[in-house]
Design a protein around this ligand. Structure first.
Ligand code: G
Ligand code: G
Ligand code: MN
Ligand code: NA
Length: 253
């Protein structure tokens, strides 16, 4: 409860901000996108992780404000990087509660327009259970953001209950294979190969999450994953540290 009062104040004070984790494309040999991950920079308690405030935000109806501030800051940061010649897309996690807001799509559009951000450079990460949603408001929001040209990714794929028919119909742009599947390699090689084959059939971009070792990176690249994400490349870091990674990355290319 105390934390909740703090959270409202933190939102007002701008203490909820995005960290960034690189998505490395082995084909291009560079960071092509960054995922924004919410952090609460608490004046006394230091960095508070999403697991300790996203669930509370969901329960108390503050997730819309948390999601919005992360989306806004992430898009603004991406555009600041673009002006400095750094070319990178950004992906942002979106919760079901946000998509239940009738004006969600309009709000995203306004944020893009304010920053002058190309819609195709923004990806929204949704969980697969969200695809099962029969809610009309959610369906309309998804349709609207897709029509704007914003990309849709399915996050944590392989952990929920997928409706494969629905997934195929939805024509998502990207599937992020959950780290539990990647970290089960090579024991569960067969199942991950089947997931990759299915994604290839659907012509979606494939991201392997939770890459922690060179062996995992090598396996995922060899088996056709388009992007790799995980501690092997970098933990989620603050914008300034991400910028250094991006500049170093461009330097190497
Ligand atoms: O950053 P970390 O790896 O601890 O993230 C843990 C979880 O918190 C992830 O599953 C992620 O989806 C969720 N999360 C992080 N940032 C956001 C956010 O801005 N919005 C929502 N809805 N979830 C987030
Ligand atoms: O659920 P989502 O994929 O949005 O959240 C990403 C979460 O996964 C973040 O909490 C992030 O810190 C974590 N993460 C990212 N890369 C790795 C990794 O290589 N290993 C582990 N264990 N966690 C990771
Ligand atoms: Mn994610
Ligand atoms: Na994920």
């Amino acid at each position: 409860l105390e934390l909740l009062a703090d959270l409202r104040e933190a939102l007002r004070a701008g203490h909820i901000l995005p960290y960034f984790q690189p998505r490395f494309a082995p084909g291009a040999q560079r960071i092509v996108a960054v995922e924004a991950l919410a952090r609460w920079i608490h004046p006394e308690r230091g960095v508070i992780m999403p697991a300790d405030f996203i669930p509370i935000s969901e329960k108390c109806g503050l997730i819309n404000q948390v999601g919005l501030t992360i989306l806004e800051q992430a898009v603004r940061q991406r555009c600041a990087w673009e002006r400095r010649g750094i070319d990178v897309s950004v992906s942002v996690n979106v919760s079901l509660r946000q998509l239940c807001e009738p004006d969600f799509a309009a709000t995203v559009q306004r944020i893009l327009e304010t920053c002058g951000c190309a819609p195709a450079r923004l990806e929204l990460e949704l969980t697969e259970t969200l695809l099962l949603e029969e809610n009309l408001v959610v369906a309309r929001n998804l349709e609207k953001v897709r029509l704007l040209g914003i990309r849709i990714a399915i996050d944590d794929f392989g952990t929920g209950y997928s409706n494969l028919a629905r997934l195929n119909e939805m024509a998502v742009d990207c599937i992020k294979i959950d780290r539990s599947l990647i970290q089960g390699l090579p024991r569960n090689e067969e199942i991950v190969r089947l997931v990759i084959a299915m994604c290839s059939f659907m012509q979606v971009s494939i991201v392997a999450e939770g890459i922690e070792t060179p062996a995992m990176a090598e396996w995922a690249q060899r088996h056709g994953c388009h992007e790799l994400q995980g501690y092997y490349f970098s933990r989620p870091v603050a914008a300034a540290a991400m910028e250094n990674l991006l500049l170093g990355d461009a330097g190497r290319a």
